[in-house]
Design a binder for this molecule. Structure first.
Ligand SMILES: [Zn+2]
Length: 279
């Protein structure tokens, strides 16, 4: 394990030179420098109550009222977030030809905004919503402005920001009016894979296909606690690919890591890019 930023950046650059076709997996840690909070602490434990489950969201109107009322407050932080140095450094690695594929567990689209092109949004994207009955598709901000009109009292509230466009808001949600599908009245849901839901098979297969052409796996800012991300590290390890991690905390895959840099992401990635540029 390496902790010093300069040393970690230099070692990471050396690793990239040795394995120049990287399959990168990113998690919440990459976006915390953009001001988006994450769910877990350095030990991989929940910092707050776990996020909404797919089954509960679909089954309960009260759960949806709570979800959307909180999102009305919290989503502003997600949609207004700026790319961090980590996003920019990862985009720079792609521009330098070192990235075979970048698979992100984040739903904030900040990798794309930073200029990364070979990106799979494993868990979907938070800026669009779809009807679970008829497939009607709309932008999240358009839905939010409809809901703000329907719920002026909630729209005026403020609260601490929570992960995935949620907010730390506790109040009586029973008079919140949820905006339903304008075409069929069905349930609108963000195009995000919730806990308890599965990654669409085509997306999972595309991510797996990228492993076939990669020389190593670099996990960045993820505890790998969620199976849908962890599975790729396990598969890569089984294929004999080196798996390394850059994160501030423990990961579920620690036992299979060839190396782990436990250090702040942005300065280490920026240092690695500087080293690679200087070669
Ligand atoms: Zn519909």
């Amino acid at each position: 394990m390496t902790n010093s930023v300069a040393q970690a950046g230099e070692e990471l650059a050396g690793f990239i030179v040795r394995y120049p076709k990287l399959w990168i997996l990113t998690g919440a840690g990459v976006s915390t420098d953009s001001g988006i909070p994450d769910y877990r602490d350095a030990d991989g434990q929940w910092k707050r109550s776990p996020p909404v489950q797919h089954g509960d969201f679909m089954a309960s109107h009260a759960v949806r009222q709570r979800y959307w009322a909180r999102a009305l407050v919290g989503f502003k932080a997600l949609s207004g977030a700026q790319v961090s140095g980590a996003h920019k450094a990862l985009a720079a690695l792609e521009a330098m030809g070192y990235v075979e594929l970048l698979v992100t567990q984040n739903v904030d689209r900040l990798h794309q905004r930073a200029g990364s092109k070979k990106v799979i949004d494993l868990h979907g994207r938070a800026d669009t919503v779809s009807c679970m009955t008829c497939g009607y598709h709309m932008m999240r901000h358009a839905m939010h402005s409809e809901m703000a009109h329907l719920n002026p009292r909630f729209a005026a509230l403020d609260a601490g920001h929570a992960p995935d466009g949620d907010a730390d808001l506790e109040t009586d949600f029973s008079d919140f009016t949820v905006f339903d599908c304008p075409r069929c009245g069905g349930i609108l849901k963000p195009d995000v894979v919730y806990y308890g839901d599965v990654v669409p098979p085509a997306r999972r297969l595309a991510a797996q296909a990228g492993l076939q052409n990669a020389q190593a796996v670099l996990a960045v800012g993820t505890s790998l606690m969620v199976y849908s991300g962890y599975r790729f590290c396990r598969e890569a390890h089984g294929m004999g690919l080196p798996v390394v991690s850059l994160s501030l905390g423990v990961t579920r895959a620690d036992a299979m890591l060839s190396h782990q840099w436990r250090a702040p992401l942005t300065p280490v990635l920026e240092e690695a890019v500087r080293c690679l540029e200087a070669r």
